[in-house]
Ligand binder design. Structure first.
Ligand code: UD1
Length: 425
């Protein structure tokens, strides 16, 4: 098992380039199942979740190859419409193959993803959407099977108890793009990744309007054609490096990002007292002096991102005064908090959704364990400022999104190493 060993105390300096967005790349890769011609995708982040998605697609008969940094996918000869448990259990987003397979082949069998570290995470809204388009859905032996004569456009509302679903909006949008008639998704999620998937599909000949608003209208087409497409920058990776600069009192320019996707974070950091300068595709952060505590609620876009909530809590844990962070999307999002308190943070969880953070002067290094992708970034950022050494185990979580995060941090001056530890949990 590998772990990170971090020696804290160095302000980050220099510039870092952001990779393509994992959460846009995953559904875009899956949506290639809709297309009978080859597709060339640029700026695909080579995190482990992408490789899991490629394994799922390869199992279905889709061919994939890399040409330097570009990914070429050819789904012209699909040989199976079943996504097995062994792969789906590794990553919930494998579920993205359900909509495209049902739309193109009128049949799909995909293992139910089950719960995950962040909580229950049901798939009822995905199913509601596909049923609305005419799919007959059955659950048996841990699998969901969809069958249809041909999917047909319909009006469907995708709001759930925790807000609109990103995954369900994308799954239904992909399926509707090659269905008969018109589909209207009401209370659609509005994340930039959804807009990116729609832009990609439109470039392949789909007719999707309203993406990025609560009402998406899809006029189904018979077929889509191949194209070349470049994925948007990862706003979560960009946000993590911005917060890393702030927490280390550093001076970092985050390049090749889209600042308009980071508006809420930037406004919060300005309220916090940070000096931020943004250009068309970069954000520069200057060292800060006096910072203020914050009151934050994480929710669906354009609210503050739940995926940036963990690194933000690390920052607030060393901000004088009391801050409050409320989570509205995931039941277990604060799982990383007990590990952060091992580093000396003073955080009280009022319930599963509310944390009160009392800023401390200094964190101190300790061995800790990552619990999920973004929880691991909270620990890395805390390690960067903790006195002494922080050892972070279970960094396979980090590797699902971040492509060798330690290399990017080292380039900014951080003392972080990936080491193999046979005794690590
Ligand atoms: C995506 C992102 C994840 C991000 C999340 C919220 C990917 C691969 N992952 O996850 O990083 O944290 O959006 O921005 O893009 N829900 C239901 N029924 C459903 C589907 C979801 O009740 O059928 C609930 C979920 O349990 C959760 C909420 O709706 O409480 C939002 O989930 P959703 O937006 O679907 O998140 P994901 O697409 O899984």
């Amino acid at each position: 098992m590998e772990k990170f060993v971090i020696k804290g105390g160095i302000p980050l300096k220099g510039s870092v380039e952001i990779s393509g967005a994992k959460n846009a790349a995953l559904p875009i890769v899956a949506s290639c199942l809709l297309i009978e011609k080859p597709v060339l995708l640029k700026r695909i982040p080579k995190g482990n979740d992408i490789f899991t998605m490629l394994k799922v697609l390869n199992t279905l008969g889709c061919k994939s190859s890399w040409d330097k940094e570009n990914l070429i996918l050819d789904a012209s000869n699909i040989t199976s419409t079943e996504a097995p448990y062994d792969l789906v259990k590794k990553m919930r987003a494998s579920y993205y193959v359900l909509g495209p397979l049902t739309a193109r082949f009128n049949t799909a069998k995909v293992s139910l993803p089950g719960g995950c570290a962040l909580g229950q995470r049901p798939v009822d809204l995905h199913i509601k959407g596909l049923r609305a388009l005419g799919a007959k859905v059955e659950f048996k032996h841990g699998y969901v099977s969809c069958k249809a004569k041909r999917l047909k456009g319909e009006r469907v509302n995708l709001k759930g108890a925790h807000g609109s679903s990103v995954g369900a909006t994308i799954n239904v949008m992909m399926a509707a793009s090659i269905s008969d008639g018109i589909t209207i998704i009401e209370e659609a999620a509005m994340e930039p990744e959804i807009v990116d998937v729609a832009n990609f599909l439109n470039k392949c000949g789909a007719n999707i309007n309203g993406m990025g608003t609560p009402i998406i209208k899809i006029k189904g087409k018979k077929k889509l054609h191949g194209t070349e497409y470049s994925i948007i920058p990862d706003r979560i990776e960009a946000g993590t490096f911005i917060i890393a600069s702030v927490i280390t009192k550093g001076n970092v320019t985050v390049k090749k990002c889209q600042p308009e996707h980071l508006k809420t974070l930037i406004n919060l950091l300005k309220e916090h007292g940070v000096d931020i300068h943004k250009g068309k595709d970069y954000v520069s952060i200057s060292p800060l002096k006096n910072t203020k505590p914050l009151s934050i609620q994480a929710g669906p876009y354009p609210s503050f991102s739940t995926d940036l909530q963990p690194p933000m809590v690390s920052l607030l844990s060393v901000t004088p005064g009391n801050s409050t962070v409320v989570e509205t999307i995931f039941d277990n999002r604060f799982m990383y908090v007990p590990e952060l308190t091992r580093l000396g943070a003073d955080i009280k969880l009022i319930d599963r959704y509310t944390a009160i953070i009392k800023g401390v002067k200094q964190l101190s290094g300790a061995p800790v364990m990552a619990s999920d992708i973004q929880g691991s970034t909270a620990l890395i950022l805390a390690g960067l400022i903790a006195k002494g050494e922080t050892h972070i185990a279970r960094i396979y979580h980090t590797d699902r999104r971040y492509v060798q995060i330690e290399k990017k941090l080292t380039k900014l001056g951080a003392r972080i190493e990936r080491v193999t530890d046979p005794h690590a949990p």
